[in-house]
Design a protein around this ligand. Structure first.
Ligand code: FES
Length: 143
């Protein structure tokens, strides 16, 4: 039939039309991954977090690079939690008092016990072993 391209040619044209859309989709996903979400892991081994006296009794401190929050419960008792959000694994980057807030969808957690304060997350933060060694806080599996 004149004016109608053979099926093979139509298939090629359709595929060519889809390439830019697919490329755009990949770019958009990569961009969102670059927004502070590249490190989505809590420590897998003990990490040195600095001087234990940096945290006063009753306070909490967020270690963004290590994805850990430490709360000093008493003179010699500390609690540590992974700050990888249990909703969709964004690294939490905000601590106000004891309240951690995830930048992705707004889940909130208590830094002293890991409990969820605000959905959409439903599971608590993972607790990490923590100890003080030579005046320094060490947290992570094996600490
Ligand atoms: S990943 Fe933290 S609220 Fe969704």
């Amino acid at each position: 039939m004149p004016g109608t391209p053979p099926p093979a040619r139509r298939t090629v044209l359709r595929a060519a039309a889809l390439v830019p859309a697919a490329g755009f989709g990949i770019t958009a996903c990569s961009s969102s991954d670059d927004e502070g979400r590249s490190n989505r892991s809590a420590p897998t081994a003990p990490v040195d977090l600095g001087k234990s006296d940096d945290i006063t009794v009753g306070a909490s401190k967020l270690y963004k690079d290590e994805n850990v929050v430490v709360s000093r419960i008493s003179d010699d008792e500390y609690k540590a939690f992974s700050t990888i959000c249990t909703h969709e694994r964004c690294p939490i980057n905000k601590l106000e008092g004891h309240k951690l807030t995830c930048p992705c969808h707004g889940s909130q957690f208590d830094a002293t016990n890991g409990k969820v304060l605000h959905a959409p997350a439903v599971a608590p933060l993972s607790e990490l072993p923590v100890k003080v060694e030579d005046g320094k806080i060490v947290a992570g599996p094996g600490a």
